[in-house]
Structures are given as structure tokens and as C-alpha cells.
Write a protein that binds this ligand. Structure first.
Ligand code: FE2
Ligand code: FE2
Length: 265
């Protein structure tokens, strides 16, 4: 797999909570910014991979993941949805991790079987609101407040407070790359986040009832997450979460700048 599409700075795995690591890659994006293509490793009693990165980043993705957990030790591969930026290395991961089962929603399992040839014997179905036990903790799947595939599932680890949000909370990474979202200049984060959601992940958000949408965001807030990990933004730490939730909740009434201006502060 060529690594030619990777002139962006290399960011090594970031431990965002105990035994929980964000696997990071960034690609050039609008107006001199970058876009994150994150995934995650939970190094629990039964290690879990959360999404499998992009095929274009396969070399560094496998280096990073297997620096944290041995291939034979991986037990679960939670796939939020099989968009190519979330499941790019999935088939190779299943081949290299023979003791791992894919975990996904029932709807996505059919798509993964039909389009990627993954057998149902390698899958475990977990619907929104359902838990699955990984030995030393229980994880819960849910529907994130926004998504670009109806089968998308977020993942919450109550033992660490880490909430993996899939496409939600996407925002541009500034040219001077950062580890955490609250290091992004506030105007860039706010305008960029609104633009990314309206133009890419959930154009439908301009059609929804603001109060009902806010209620969906509140369902996430009551989990009291300690860290929110978006696939497409730097992680959001505890102190920045109220601001991130407020920005998300305001999306129905937000008029976004054009995508090509999303990187302008
Ligand atoms: Fe997606
Ligand atoms: Fe995505």
C-alpha cells in the first residue's frame, strides 16, 4: 500500500485515558488545514480496536496498533460503520488478528458481508443501547447525535469515560498540528466544526427540529464523558466538552461558511 498521500506530520498514538490510545493520521484538507483520520485501541483484558483507519495509511496504522497490542491478542474490532475512512484496513486486520471478532450493528454486518466478503461467523452484532463485555469492563454502543451512515454506532467506555463519536465532532486540524481540540483557536474550531458538519457529515442537520436535536445531544451529555474522540478531529478533553456539546447542539440554526473557507479562523 503506497504511503505517498501522507505529507502531513506524523502523529504517534496518544493515550487519552488509561490503556486507551487514539491512533492518529492526518491528511491535507481545505485552506491549509489537515483532517484527522483517527481510530482507537482499548488495551483491556480483551483488547479492542475501534475502527481500522484508511487503506492509504496502512503501513503506519499497523505499526502504531501493533506497537500497543500483539495481533494474536486482539479480540474485538468495533467498526462504527464501513465507510472507507473507518474500515479501510478491516479485511487485512481480520486476516492478521485471527482471534478477533468484528463488532458492528446488524445493518452494517449485512453491508460488510455483501461488500467486503466478511463472513457472519467473524461478526458479533451489537445494536444501539446494547452492551458488550470485554473481560474487565463493559462497553456500550449507541447512535451518535450526527452521522453520515444510518448504521453508525458510537462506543462508550464507562470505566474511563471515553466516548468514541465516529464522524461526530469533526473539525479542521490547524496547520500547526495539535494534540487536543482545545488547542485549536476558538474561531477556527467553531466555524470549522459547523462547516464540516453541514457540508460533509450531516447536511440534514439544517432540516431538523432544534429542540429535538438538542435532546439527542443531551443524551450524550448525561453520560458525562471525560474524553470525546472523533474520527475527524483532535480528541476533546473534559474541560472542552461543554463547548463542543454546545457547538454541536447549535448546528440546526448555524449558517455555515463554505467548505473551502472552513479552515479560515
Ligand atoms: Fe462516515
Ligand atoms: Fe468519517
Amino acid at each position: 500500500m503506497p504511503d505517498s498521500f501522507q505529507p502531513a506530520p506524523r502523529q504517534l498514538p496518544l493515550e487519552v485515558a488509561r490503556d486507551t490510545f487514539v491512533i492518529r493520521a492526518i491528511t491535507p484538507s481545505v485552506a491549509g488545514t489537515f483532517t484527522n483520520l483517527n481510530s482507537m485501541v482499548i488495551r483491556g483484558a480483551e483488547p479492542v480496536l475501534v475502527d481500522t483507519g484508511m487503506g492509504i495509511h496502512a503501513k503506519t496504522w499497523f505499526e502504531d496498533v501493533f506497537s500497543l497490542v500483539a495481533p494474536d491478542a486482539v479480540r474485538w474490532i468495533f467498526v462504527t460503520h464501513i465507510d472507507t475512512d473507518h474500515a479501510g484496513n478491516l479485511v487485512e486486520v481480520l486476516a492478521r488478528c485471527p482471534n478477533a471478532m468484528m463488532v458492528t450493528s446488524r445493518g452494517e454486518s449485512y453491508r460488510a458481508s455483501a461488500s467486503l466478503g466478511i463472513t457472519l461467523e467473524r461478526m458479533r452484532m451489537v445494536e444501539a443501547g446494547e452492551d458488550f463485555d470485554i473481560g474487565d469492563r463493559v462497553l456500550r454502543a449507541s447512535r451518535p447525535p450526527v452521522y453520515d451512515s444510518p448504521y453508525t454506532r458510537a462506543l462508550h467506555d464507562p470505566s474511563t469515560g471515553v466516548y468514541y463519536a465516529a464522524d461526530a465532532f469533526c473539525a479542521p486540524m490547524p496547520e500547526g498540528v495539535v494534540d487536543w481540540s482545545d488547542e485549536i483557536a476558538a474561531p477556527l474550531w467553531e466555524r470549522g466544526m459547523a462547516s464540516f458538519h453541514h457540508h460533509t457529515v450531516c447536511p440534514w442537520v439544517s432540516l431538523v427540529d432544534p429542540a429535538r436535536f438538542r435532546a439527542e445531544v443531551d443524551k450524550l451529555a448525561v453520560l458525562d464523558p471525560q474524553v470525546i474522540v472523533s474520527a475527524h478531529a483532535p480528541p476533546i478533553g473534559k474541560a472542552a466538552i461543554p463547548r463542543a456539546l454546545a457547538q454541536l447542539a447549535s448546528l440546526p440554526a448555524t449558517v455555515p461558511v463554505p467548505l473551502e473557507m472552513a479552515g479560515a479562523g
